[in-house]
Design a binder for this molecule. Structure first.
Ligand code: 5GP
Ligand code: MN
Length: 341
């Protein structure tokens, strides 16, 4: 699956680098943190000085991963992280496709002279990298990392911690192996990881059954009082204000998964979650069933992107205006949404 000549270049870059940084996207999810920790643990064993860097905090339900506490947080320690990036000989960029996605940390990464290598599964990678492992066919960056580690002949370096982190990323990015993004190769990788004696039940428990009471109530509130369904356009959305998020004592990760809920309705093909942000932006999470591409939709109207069936975006507008604008965008795309499956 992966080009051998690219693997050879990566091996040489890894051999030549003494200090290696691993960076991933803001609001890191299971795939972002899992792939970072998976690679971190392998490279540590090669005797390198390795840093796993996140632009901002990740949710508590990912904190059980081994070495999660060693991740450096740019938002909390911008100076320390900038120093580390400045003296890195190599920067591995995981689970995003353009350095501009890193917001403020992107400027620091861009300013370094270190070669940057992309390991990712999003559409349309940008030209910011000297070497790209951009595989759209894999379910997740974690799955791709597994193939790369094997391709580099480092499989003997798999620790239980690395295998658990990669499994967690595949599990979350595939909606527990249910989305169309998983394929036979995904299940082979999962079988190999399970063969390393990881505790999959513990991982499932840690990720899906550790919600706060407030988070569960937020979910009920969203479904009962906030979900708007446009039957005619097979579209649904949930819009949450900062006041509502505060009322439910919102913490990082609490809104994750909410966008998927309306898709369980028989005739809903497109679902969007809008959340008001403290910086005056509105953040969008977009999901679809079938052929309608939320990646294209978000790129066209909401400065975002992602995958065909899962994307994100943001826009600087007041929430009620965003909703009006969204309704226009939906009408423009009604045919594609309705005929998506
Ligand atoms: P989520 O809705 O879970 O935040 O994101 C869904 C998918 O879209 C993820 O794969 C995420 O990396 C990607 N994504 C989220 N926000 C953005 C964005 O602003 N730009 C791009 N290009 N991708 C995004
Ligand atoms: Mn991913």
């Amino acid at each position: 699956m992966i080009d051998n000549s690219k693997l050879e270049i990566l091996k040489k870059l890894l051999n030549d680098a003494q200090c290696i940084s691993i960076v991933t996207h803001p609001n890191p999810d299971g795939d972002a943190v899992g792939s970072s920790i998976g690679i971190y643990q392998i490279l540590k064993q090669l005797g390198r000085e390795v840093y796993s860097i996140v632009p901002n905090s990740f949710p508590d339900f990912l904190a059980w991963m081994e070495d999660a506490d060693k991740c450096l947080n740019f938002e909390k320690n911008p100076q320390d992280v900038s120093d580390v990036l400045g003296r890195s000989d190599l920067i591995l960029c995981l689970d995003f496709n353009s350095i501009s996605r890193l917001n403020g940390m992107g400027d620091v990464v861009k300013a370094t002279s270190a070669p940057k290598v992309l390991i990712d599964h999003h559409l349309y990678p940008e030209d910011d990298f000297i070497l790209q492992f951009s595989e759209l066919s894999v379910s997740s960056t974690c799955e791709l990392v597994y193939h790369i580690i094997k391709g580099l002949d480092y499989q003997s370096l798999f620790t239980i911690g690395a295998a658990e982190a990669l499994y967690a990323g595949i599990m979350t990015d595939t909606g527990s192996f249910s989305y169309s993004s998983s394929n036979p190769a995904t299940f082979h990788v999962v079988a190999d990881l399970l063969g390393l004696d990881i505790d999959k039940d513990k991982i499932h428990q840690a990720i899906y059954n550790t919600f706060s009471e407030e988070r569960m109530r937020l979910m009920g509130y969203c479904l009962n009082e906030k979900m708007v369904v446009f039957r005619e356009h097979k579209t649904a959305y949930i819009a949450l204000t900062l006041k509502e998020l505060n009322r439910f004592k919102h913490r990082s990760g609490d809104t994750e998964g909410l966008v998927n809920l309306p898709l369980s309705i028989k005739d809903v093909n497109f679902s969007v979650l809008f959340t008001e942000q403290t910086d005056g932006n509105v953040k969008l999470s977009l999901r679809s069933k079938g052929e309608f591409s939320v990646n294209e939709f978000s790129r066209k109207y909401f400065y975002g992107g992602g995958h065909k069936n899962a994307a994100g975006g943001r826009i600087q507008m007041k929430l009620p205006e965003v909703i009006k604008y969204f309704e226009i965008c939906v009408r423009e795309n009604a045919d594609k949404i309705v005929k998506s499956i």
